[in-house]
Write a protein that binds this ligand. Sequence first.
Ligand code: C2E
Ligand code: MG
Ligand code: MG
Length: 598
Amino acid sequence: MPTPDPLLDPDRLAAVAELNLSNAPQQPVFEHLNQLAHELLGVPVSVVSLVTDSRQVNLSQFGVIDDHVSHHEVPLSHSLCQHVARSGEALVIEDAIGHELVGHSLPVLDYDVAAYAGVPLKLDSGEVVGAMCAVDYAPRRWTPSQLMILRRLTAVASELLNQRRRLEAGALRDAVTGLPRTALFTEHVTALLAAVEPHERVVMVGIDLDGFRTVNDDLGQAGGDAVLADIGLRLEQTIHRGRRPGHVSRLSGDTFLAATVIGRSEPATRVQDDLLAAIAASPARYGTREVAVRARGASVVAPPHGTAAALVESARRAVREADPADTNPAEADAKRRRLMIRNRLWTAQSRGEFVLDYQPIYDLTTGSVSGFEALLRWHNADLGDVTPNEFIPLAEQNGSIVPIGQWVLSQALADLAHWRCKSPERDLTVSVNVAPEQLLLTKFSGQVMAALKAAGVPASALILEVTERTLGEDQPILLANLVELRKQGVRISVDDFGTGYSSLSRLATLPLDELKIDRSFIAAMQTDERQHALVATIIAMADTLGLTPVAEGIETPEQHDALTAIGCTLGQGYLIARPAPASHMQALIPADARTSQR
Ligand code: C2E
Ligand code: MG
Ligand code: MG
């Protein structure tokens, strides 16, 4: 096994994050230290810096050319101090060219660093958080007394950082539990999010203690505090028990947040279960008293490219929703059901609880089937039938939509391959609904292409339905996925058109092929003359933009006729066919399209 990089040591990174967070009231003192190094050692450059897992952040710099260091920080590729932080030992270089460690490094090649002396900045608690260094642009000998001066200056800098940390500990950590407060926790989670691997996800669990007020009433303030500290410790130990990084914070009163990294296929609720089990394992003790503490939890999975602050907010909201105490019974039931749905979504697919229904999409003028929209159906033993309108939004919230959507895609393509094989003369398509969380994954377009290949279906037979709302989000990755998929021949459809707020000019710039007019417009066509005109306008607009209009929710013959009259050639709805299992579709595809014309 490779030895772990000391730079990535979690305690070290936590200490660096704490120091880096504060906006340095003692900055001028570091400047004096650098000034002293310049005068006493006769060097043109002196720097005091923290070394994070990816950057060298200069707390203070003397003589550094601005072009070299923007915003007081450089990536590790341009850092010599990283070697000091990594080894925890002083690094003394008299002539950098040809030096075995740094000879070919970018600071030497780009910044003309010729001589370097760096001493580690070490906290009392043992973590090496960075370095103080002196740099010369010409090779030089460092005399023992010069190195001694540098060590003394660095000792002063370290002591200043110790002081800063002690000072900040009050502000950054909760006095009752010693856990990071939200600001520091958010900083830690930012680091987790940045370091997460493609096969992993960051999960955040909110834990709320049940009826903690009675604990306070029973044991008094001090007793209540002791119980909170005990719970905080248990949560921390549980989070750190696995080998994965993790953090715990007390959000407020009796609410805690914990964040860690899990494998993509691991259920997010496992972490939550572990944390709740740690609380339930034994009663909390205060003196000779024992109190059983009960708690509730809720988990959220970080969406791709989400911020730590947004994750904290959604965990906060989720755990508040998990609180059945403050609501009426009907609302409490609804919340409990949402929680059950959330939890069961992770295992529904492996338990074979999902099936796809299909709704045929017809050519309204010829009456022949042109393709099928895949619509997900879920039956769970505890929950009964759950409609997509109920579970899809929750699956989007907790991230389970990503594996679920992947399953839908491969299943729909497999079914399509079967129908195309039976009716090779028909150019049948399948339309698959895609959630924003899927489109925000960089690898999404690759996954779609792989699924097409696995099913042996040409890209042109797949239509991906993206809601107008999703397209409204200005996300570069989403756009890149659409562009790439379309380049490969996959068609992109705007679902529920008319319910979002996309501007015409935006629609015109997006890579799109089809516009599905939301069924609310079709439903209103008959009753309202203006609605009729509106649908006609949408169809004309689709034409202008080169998009194929498709009408959703055609329920009456009048709607059907009105639509064909205004030039809408494709549509779906209960009038023609309701969604039904895949096995029913074959019967709808006559062997020869010509024989089926009306
Ligand atoms: P959608 O994509 O707009 O799908 C059309 C919905 O309209 C379907 O509801 C369909 O059963 C319903 N529908 C079709 N014809 C008629 C009609 O004539 N009258 C009426 N009143 N309704 C009609 P469903 O199956 O309940 O799906 C609801 C939504 O759930 C879908 O709306 C889609 O946004 C989402 N959804 C379904 N399956 C998936 C999926 O696999 N992935 C994702 N991300 N979303 C899905
Ligand atoms: Mg759809
Ligand atoms: Mg729709």
